[in-house]
Design a protein around this ligand. Structure first.
Ligand code: WT7
Length: 659
């Protein structure tokens, strides 16, 4: 399986294939065949020097990869650098002071531009303030902010002084915040009074206050005033006003701290569908090199682009591809505070239009929503500035892929379907847009310099087309270094299952299932915990869902297993339609037939339940566990993590009507 590396590279793209990258794109692409030559892929791990070369090192590294204490790998050892210097100072030195760094789009249509110089000033002033509050190198600073400019400013200020940040998604609860602060021994918190969500003002500070009640340490807190008079707040002991601090330290600069390549840049707790959240540790050199290189090679970002990743910085996607990747390259990154449907469902396209966005990166859950709302919304705007589209977060099945290509990309823009995880730090599997042909539904081959193997229970590579476990067989620069909560858990979560330490063989297990085709293209099927076993056959819920959403008129679906005494596990499908309120039996039949023809009779849903919406977490992940509870007539657990808790009752009622 190791020779999969480099698969698909350098092959001539079949002429006339509908999904070859168009000539005009290839001609301008950052990475073309000549760069990804054999030398690149054979020369491992040194090929990763090209990523490191995108950065400015204060002290050059002496070893590309130190694997002497695997699976605790070290990259670019001996090197020293500062991430904030790489994202700011060096662009100023290169004469790009007035170039826009961040174009911020507010909830209510207000917008602001931060040039690289503006961002540099803000980061320095806030870094000076943090030092004054007592933050020292290696202290973990927790940031609990929504999508406002102070969020990347705070992250870069931490990076500048060598204090790892731990950003907690603003929509998470007080409880989630306190657990994360306690787990990271974090004594500093940056938050705000509140923020807007749809039409309403949310009180963030009261959540932060509640969280602090259960954190033992005295927490120094900085509060950003986002809502002004709309939500007055009072500062208590050890609480500081962000603007006040900026004023106090106006004009001050702080020397960027020289960080060892392997020093921690940040901690990111994964959403963790089960058990305790995991504190994923990312380091400075390898992470920054990997995100910069993939921003350039996969997202094709150029310094003069306006680039927009419509994710939240509270998750890894935003860390890597709103903040660190694009800013390391000196490009303009768009940051949006609101939701795609406020004030109307064309909000994103209006932003693309007004900012002349070149590259747009979003998630399939959003694309399915756009599809459901209809093509008239993107059609209202001039989207001709777009050159490349990206998708991340879950498998994108062919129908939404084609919709995205057609109605957002004008039938012209290539699409990169990027597979990666919080733990991988940056993209692992994706086509290179100027080289590879695209296959809707398959993410693509592993990136050059990355080795992926789809294996069976015993770690042996499965044949093309067979389902197996997605493993990564050689280390990569952006990889997780350990879990903050402990090295043992790191080994057991990711390495134990498929490694053979006695033979010196280390394989990272992603927790995903996937299949690979004859060309080495990987189709990700879903998490191992999303696999259901029906009559001894392992079925991917996501595979069934893809067959369901391929039916015309279907917006989204979620499939779960129901334990049935006579039949073993039965398949339950929850389905939302594109706007039809009363879908009826015709659609139900079409769903069942499509699943049967796509996968086989074994995968036919036993019951199809129509619902206006699926229950989702605030990060947009469907809560399958909850749907499982409903299917199994069990009490539904905690729904506080849901964005739309009201839907649970509706689904229950709908099921009762059907039976
Ligand atoms: C899981 C990681 C990577 C940033 C966002 C999520 C799923 C991610 C794809 C894709 C199919 C994908 C996987 C993965 N996933 N990208 N292109 N195709 N599945 O980060 O919360 O750590 O989730 O998201 O299941 O393991 P995360």
């Amino acid at each position: 399986m190791d020779d999969r590396n480099g698969w698909g590279r350098g092959r001539p793209v079949p002429a006339g294939s509908p999904h070859s990258p168009p000539e005009w794109f290839v001609e301008q692409a950052n990475v073309t065949d000549s760069e990804i030559d054999e030398e690149f892929t054979e020369n491992w791990p040194d090929c990763w020097e090209r990523a490191a070369d995108l950065l400015s090192w204060e002290e050059p590294y002496d070893t590309v990869l130190d694997d002497s204490s695997a699976p605790f790998y070290e990259w670019f050892t001996g090197g020293e650098l500062n991430a904030a210097y790489n994202c700011l100072d060096r662009h100023l030195e290169a004469g790009r002071k007035t170039h826009a760094a961040i174009r911020w789009e507010g909830k209510h249509g207000e917008y602001e531009t931060y040039t690289y110089r503006d961002l540099y000033v803000a980061v320095n002033e806030f870094a000076a303030a943090l030092c004054d509050l007592g933050v020292e190198e290696d202290d973990v600073v927790t940031i609990y902010l929504p999508m406002i400019p102070e969020l990347p400013i705070a992250m870069l200020a931490c990076a500048r002084i060598g204090a790892p940040h731990s950003v907690v998604f603003a929509g998470l609860s007080a409880n989630a915040l306190s657990t994360r602060m306690a787990a990271a021994d974090s004594e500093y918190l940056i938050t705000c009074d509140g923020y807007y969500r749809r039409g309403d003002a949310f009180n963030q500070k009261s959540k932060a206050d509640n969280a602090k009640l259960s954190v033992e340490a005295d927490v120094e807190t900085v509060v950003v005033d986002r809502l002004g008079d709309e939500l007055p707040h009072v500062l208590g002991e050890n609480e500081w006003d962000y603007d006040g601090l900026r004023e106090e330290f106006a004009g001050e600069t702080v020397e960027p701290v020289s960080r060892d390549a392997e020093d921690m840049l940040f901690l990111m707790y994964t959403s963790g569908t089960t058990g305790e959240p995991k504190g994923v540790v990312h380091t400075t050199g390898g992470y920054l090199a990997h995100v910069a290189w993939t921003s350039r090679a996969v997202l094709d970002v150029e310094p003069d682009d306006t680039y927009w990743c419509a994710a939240d910085i509270g998750w890894i996607t935003g860390h890597s591809y709103i903040v660190y990747g694009p800013l390391a390259l000196g490009t303009t990154t768009v940051m949006y505070e609101g939701t795609p449907d406020y004030p109307d469902r064309d909000r994103l396209w209006e932003i693309v239009d007004r900012n002349a966005v070149d590259v747009f990166y979003t998630a399939p859950t959003a694309i399915r929503a756009f599809m459901k709302w209809g093509e008239k919304y993107p059609a209202r705007h001039d989207l001709s500035s777009l050159r490349l589209l990206g998708s991340v977060g879950e498998p994108i099945s062919p129908r939404p892929w084609r919709w995205y290509h057609e109605h957002v990309g004008g039938g012209e823009c290539p699409i990169v379907d990027t597979w990666w995880q919080t733990e991988t730090g940056a993209v692992i599997v994706s086509t290179l847009p100027g080289i590879d042909e695209m296959k809707p539904g398959a993410a693509g081959p592993p990136l050059p310099g990355i080795d992926v193997a789809i294996v069976d229970e015993n770690g042996a590579p499965v044949d093309p087309g067979e389902t197996g476990y997605l493993t990564i067989t050689r280390p990569w620069p952006g990889m997780i270094r350990t879990l903050y909560d402990g090295d043992d858990r790191y080994r057991s979560e990711y390495w134990e299952r498929f490694s053979d330490p006695n033979a010196g063989e280390w394989r990272y297990f992603s927790g995903d299932t996937a299949a690979v085709d004859e060309d080495g293209y990987v189709t990700v099927l879903g998490r191992v915990d999303d696999v259901i076993n029906v009559s001894g056959r392992r079925l991917s819920t996501m595979e069934i869902e893809s067959a369901i959403t391929d039916v015309d008129g279907i917006a989204e679906s979620a499939v779960v297993g129901r334990a049935s005494k006579p039949n073993g596990t039965e398949i339950y499908a929850y389905v939302s339609t594109e706007g039809r309120s009363n879908p009826g039996d015709g659609l139900r039949r079409a769903i069942v037939e499509n699943v049967e023809s796509a996968i086989g009779p074994i995968a036919k849903p036993h019951e199809v339940v129509f619902t206006p919406e699926l229950p989702k977490t605030r990060s947009g992940k469907i809560m399958r566990r909850l749907l499982e509870d409903i299917a199994n007539d069990e009490a539904v657990g905690d729904t506080s993590a849901l964005r739309n808790p009201e839907i649970v009752g509706e689904i229950r009622a709908g099921r009762e009507d059907d039976t």
